[in-house]
Design a protein around this ligand. Structure first.
Ligand SMILES: [Zn+2]
Length: 332
């Protein structure tokens, strides 16, 4: 593949691969801090649903209750439309209700001589979820079974009421929308951020180089190329793989949106919070001299044209959407 070189300083996103399970893309003209913040936000702070409470009505299988409950928690549930669900802690109900939870029932008994396998598909939705997608077990295998929860022999039974709640992975990893997020910059190590540890004679033999990525990042440095002390990473390779609850592009979208919201909250607080007499909520924070949502290469679906979620505003290069602040005008 040819080198990915985009003129100018606007943020540019190029997709290398996009399918229902992963989004593999490059962000160009971005900075390391923000790219890493996006990665961390996508890993830990995007809400999904997962089984959080289990009422064990019957369990005569060989596995202990806690063992099965832990497995149930880790089964990916469909989280499309999770925004229609509220956090249980914010709900007025006593324990759980349809506004803050989804109830699934697992009820199986082995009556034959063959060993019976209980799968994720056997989790049956018994409550009224806010939409017809959220809370359903994610099943992607060819046999349409999902993950195996427990095996039962003749006479053994399992009956559990599982309460799925909305949460984020910061609280527990079971709410993580993605299994892992690949993140890399400078694959040729031109910036010398890596000190490659090696046992033999040559680190190059022990650390295979991803030639495709090196090519996309401008190729290997020339033999006599002097080291550039001022160089900073500019291209970031991200590979977001979903566990199935959310589409990978939704994870990226929600990551950007959430990060914008967080940054806006910081600026809002710096401006004096709710007491300040200024018009908050106009535009998104400005990055790299251009608007987040205004950059033609970075227009995120769902934000409506070039305007960001914070409003229709046009963020002129260099000025913050919050106008002249006491923190140095529009320079940051
Ligand atoms: Zn409730």
């Amino acid at each position: 593949m040819d080198s990915y070189d985009v003129e100018g300083s606007n943020i540019h996103v190029r997709f290398l691969e996009a399918n229902p399970t992963r989004a593999n893309f490059i962000i160009q003209n971005f900075n390391l801090e923000t790219a890493n913040s996006l990665r961390r936000y996508m890993l830990a702070e995007i809400p999904t649903v997962a089984i959080d409470l289990v009422e064990v009505l019957d369990n005569t299988s060989v596995l202990a209750d806690e063992f099965i409950c832990h497995r149930l928690g880790l089964i990916p549930l469909n989280s499309r439309g999770v925004e229609e669900l509220i956090y249980s802690r914010d709900c007025d109900c006593e324990n759980y209700c349809d506004q803050c939870s989804i109830t699934l029932e697992l009820n199986a008994k082995c009556e034959g001589d063959e060993i019976m396998r209980v799968y994720a598909r056997d989790l049956v939705l018994v409550s009224n979820p806010p939409n017809d997608q959220v809370g359903q077990p994610v099943i992607t295998d060819e046999d349409r079974q999902g993950s195996c929860i427990v095996k039962l022999r003749r006479g053994q039974a399992i009956h559990m009421r599982c309460i799925a709640k909305k949460g984020i992975a910061k609280e527990h990893a079971k709410w993580a929308p993605s299994a892992a997020i690949g993140f890399e910059y400078d694959p040729a190590n031109k910036l010398h951020h890596l000190d490659l540890w090696f046992e033999g004679d040559d680190p190059k033999q022990e650390w295979p180089v991803d030639e495709e990525r090196v090519n996309l990042d401008g190729g290997h440095p020339a033999e006599d190329e002097p080291f550039n002390y001022d160089a900073v990473p500019q291209r970031f390779f991200m590979d977001v793989e979903t566990v199935g609850g959310l589409d990978p592009d939704q994870i990226v979208n929600r990551g950007i949106k959430g990060l914008q919201q967080k940054l806006a909250e910081v600026i809002h607080e710096l401006d004096g919070g709710d007491n300040a007499n200024n018009d908050f909520g106009a535009q998104s924070p400005t990055l790299n001299g251009g608007g987040f949502g205004n950059d033609p290469g970075y227009t995120t679906p769902g934000y409506g044209g070039g305007g960001s979620v914070w409003g229709p505003g046009a963020t002129a290069g260099g000025t913050t959407p919050y106008g002249a602040t006491p923190y140095g005008g529009g320079s940051w």
